[in-house]
Design a protein around this ligand. Structure first.
Ligand SMILES: Nc1nc2c(c(=O)[nH]1)N[C@H]1C(S)=C(S)[C@@H](COP(=O)(O)OP(=O)(O)OC[C@H]3O[C@@H](n4cnc5c(=O)[nH]c(N)nc54)[C@H](O)[C@@H]3O)O[C@H]1N2
Ligand SMILES: Nc1nc2c(c(=O)[nH]1)N[C@H]1C(S)=C(S)[C@@H](COP(=O)(O)OP(=O)(O)OC[C@H]3O[C@@H](n4cnc5c(=O)[nH]c(N)nc54)[C@H](O)[C@@H]3O)O[C@H]1N2
Ligand SMILES: [Mo]
Length: 681
């Protein structure tokens, strides 16, 4: 049976290399491929579920048109494209092209994703989003402090003697990293986890600290205060490499330890324990996850955490560092800088970058000159995954016309007028980098598109033909019609890097220029060339304190103005067996995760008369959902957690409860900045 080397293009740290076996246009088997050193062993259950996902009877295999009664009926491609081009022409004529919203999210990775905007530019323009649901606060905090979002290669973690997982649940979200953690522990390394929840990751840790959500900045400042007081800072490293240390040191001493401890609600002895570990064990790596990105104060929190690496000299050495995002494989011009999706200082007059991803619903409704009339959605499920579901739904409902390109009948697809069937990862060749390891990987086409599926590139080419736009320039920008043309286009993207598709076909390739140990030369590409604990850019660009002085998130039970009607902090983290809203509909995954549950502390449950398995209503002023109660002493008292990514049909649309608010840095989404009450349903 033919076997192919490929790689998983999900928005996931691991983006595993894998080997797939195909027979009669059917995916028969999937295995890990050891050529990617970071993901050499073990596919996750989602990876194994591709065999079901690719051939699922629920997959959308032909265009669908919404009927007056709300159901969907099969239509031909001709009918679909005719109606869409008619609507596009009408919208452009009446309101201008910027009345069209192009919305794309993180459903799949690949260089070909950039082709969509080429279509819209040729069409005359569109409106699109800025910011990101996921990681911008930490990206910008890292850029401001260290100058670049890079970290040591994943296997280097085995050299660490101390590993701190700070708001990262790698045992679920980056399972391959745990191999290196185990190897480091076998060599005597200690593992600390900082998370309001006990997780599969904390099961392996010597120390678990469970701070009040959104207050990690106070915890970091408390640790810094102790390190300075005990003389456990790396004076020479600070002298050589750190900018703004005296001001930082003065700032961390402003508030007494006991008060900082009270704010983050961590016992002083636990803070002392953490400080003693960081002060005495070298090298140490802080693996900072996305947990802290989901608050209005996330950027400043992340800056305070990076400072701990800086003042202990844990940078630029094997086993040491700040492991947040490793963008060393982001080597292609169009995808190099994830922060490039910020609103451009100089708009190009064609693409209006006018809607904040975090405030999608509100901004869509508010936009004028022209207002939005038409939405095109691909690789995203905003009716489930963006904050403030009610407003997003209202904004989509207010449009004249909606097109959603999807594999399955998601909540967003159900809101469409026309659904176009989307390809999957096995049906089109593409190339992509990663954000944890530093490989470039090829995913070849190994299956013909199922049913009447067309990849986005072919959809746009077909639309362009109908709109009389497919000139030589667009024909070169959006490759087609066959795999040969796609491969030639990818080769052209790789050529400036002195790479070819053939190189990638042989196996994952370490991105040109990628380093195993970063910042080893002591050069930090910040304005001062040093690690900036004090950042003038943080103040000038984002209006923040130039120092990472902690503040409380907007919705936080510790605030004097907190609403007593909603005393519980709702966390909606990721989970092992889904990628956001993907995979949860498959039979294999449903045997493990059949329905949404809320994790609630026994004391909070008892106070509300809630017993294990009760149906409970989680609610606040924005909305509510009804789920089953899972009483669990592993979660901090005062917090409740429901994993994100459930569909409306499961009753678990967690973003009905979240507010459309941005993070303090770089337009992220403050999903967990969210107070609720839980009552028996
Ligand atoms: N299996 C799987 N893997 C994935 C994904 C997936 O959906 N499923 N998604 C991928 C993507 S896009 C992302 S962004 C990453 C995310 O993966 P991670 O970086 O692990 O982030 P989260 O799962 O969002 O949150 C991690 C932990 O942070 C904790 N947390 C919440 N608030 C706080 C806080 O205020 N302080 C601290 N210290 N901890 C807090 C949560 O309880 C959670 O256990 O995973 C990627 N990998
Ligand atoms: N409450 C809460 N909400 C969150 C988060 C949280 O922690 N809490 N996390 C946020 C994070 S970290 C992220 S990254 C976002 C993710 O948000 P999204 O990127 O919107 O979510 P996904 O569910 O990963 O993917 C969206 C859709 O893409 C489709 N898709 C996959 N491949 C293709 C393709 O090739 N073409 C097309 N057209 N479609 C395709 C999938 O079927 C899926 O329905 O969610 C965010 N939402
Ligand atoms: Mo994400």
């Amino acid at each position: 049976m033919p076997e192919f080397l490929t790689a998983c293009p999900r928005n996931c740290y691991s983006t595993c290399a894998m080997k797939v076996t195909v027979e009669d246009s059917h995916l028969m088997a999937l295995e890990p491929a050891p050529a990617n050193e970071a993901t050499a062993e073990g596919l996750c259950l989602k990876g194994l579920a591709y065999a079901e996902r690719a051939h699922s009877p629920d997959r959308i295999l032909h265009p669908l048109r919404r009927q007056p009664d709300g159901s969907f009926a099969r239509i031909t491609w001709d009918a679909a494209l005719d109606e869409i081009t008619g609507q596009l022409r009408r919208t452009r004529n009446e309101f201008g092209p910027q009345a069209i919203l192009h919305y794309a999210a993180s459903g799949t990775k690949g260089l070909l994703n950039q082709c969509s905007l080429d279509f819209w530019r040729h069409f005359g323009g569109c409106t699109t989003t800025y910011g990101d649901l996921c990681w911008p606060a930490g990206l910008e905090a890292t850029r401001l402090t260290l100058g670049a979002n890079i970290h040591n290669a994943p296997p280097d973690l085995v050299n660490a003697r101390l590993i701190i997982f700070w708001g990262k649940n790698a045992a679920e979200t980056n399972i391959h990293q745990m191999r290196f953690v185990t190897a480091a522990q076998d060599r005597g390394a200690q593992l600390v986890v900082i998370d309001p929840r006990r997780t599969q990751t904390s099961e392996r840790a010597e120390l678990l600290i469970q701070p009040r959500p959104g207050t990690d900045g106070y915890l970091a400042v408390a640790v810094a205060q102790l390190l300075i007081r005990k003389g456990q800072v790396a004076e020479e490293f600070i002298g050589d490499h750190v900018e703004g240390y005296p001001e930082f040191a003065a700032m961390v001493n402003e508030v007494p330890l006991i008060e900082l401890a009270r704010t983050c609600d961590v016992p002083v002895h636990a803070i002392e324990q953490l400080a003693a570990l960081l002060g005495t064990i070298k090298p140490a790596t802080i693996c900072a996850g996305f947990g802290m990105q989901r608050y209005t104060n996330s950027g400043q929190t992340m800056r305070a955490l990076i400072a701990l690496c800086a003042i202990t000299g844990n940078l630029g050495r094997p086993g040491a560092g700040w492991a947040y995002a490793n963008l060393q494989s982001h080597v292609f011009a169009e995808v190099r800088d994830p922060l490039a999706s910020l609103p451009p200082a100089k708009p190009d007059g064609v693409v209006r970058v006018g809607v904040s991803t975090a405030r999608l619903g509100r901004d869509m409704l508010a936009l004028q000159d022209p207002p939005l009339k038409f939405a095109w959605v691909e690789r995203g499920n905003p009716l489930a995954q963006n904050p403030d579901t009610h407003l997003v739904r209202e904004a989509f409902a207010a449009l004249d016309f909606r097109v959603v390109v999807e594999q399955f009948l998601t909540d967003t697809a159900r809101a469409a007028d026309i659904i176009l069937p989307a390809k999957n990862m096995f049906e089109q060749t593409d190339v992509f980098g990663a954000y944890w390891h530093h490989y470039l990987q090829l995913k070849p086409q190994v299956l013909p598109p199922a049913g009447e599926v067309k990849p986005e590139t072919e959809i746009f080419r077909a639309l362009a033909r109908r709109l009389d736009l497919l000139d030589a320039e667009l024909d070169a920008a959006i490759p087609g019609p066959d795999d040969e043309a796609v491969r030639a286009w990818l080769d052209r993207q790789l050529a400036p890097l002195n790479l070819s598709l053939e190189d990638l076909a042989a196996g994952p390739v370490i991105a040109p220029g990628a380093q195993e140990v970063v910042f080893a030369d002591g050069v930090y590409p910040t304005p001062s060339g040093r690690i900036e604990l004090r950042s003038e850019e943080a103040a000038a660009r984002w209006g923040l304190d130039p120092l990472p002085r902690p503040t409380l998130p907007v919705e936080c039970a510790a605030r004097a103005d907190a609403d007593p009607a909603t005393p519980l902090q709702l966390l909606t983290p990721n989970t092992k067996n889904r990628i956001h809203s993907q995979f949860g509909n498959l039979a294999l995954i449903r045997t493990h995760d059949p329905q949404p549950e809320v994790q609630i502390h026994p004391d909070d449950a008892r106070a509300r008369g809630i017993r294990f398995g009760d149906r409970v209503r989680i609610h606040n002023g924005r909305g509510g959902i009804t789920v089953l109660a899972r009483i669990d002493a592993g979660i901090r008292q005062g917090c409740v957690a429901v994993t994100n990514g459930w569909w409306g049909s499961d009753g678990g649309l967690v973003n009905k409860l979240s507010a459309g608010r941005e993070t303090d840095l770089a337009h992220g989404a403050a999903f967990h900045d969210n107070l609720v009450e839980v009552t028996r349903a």
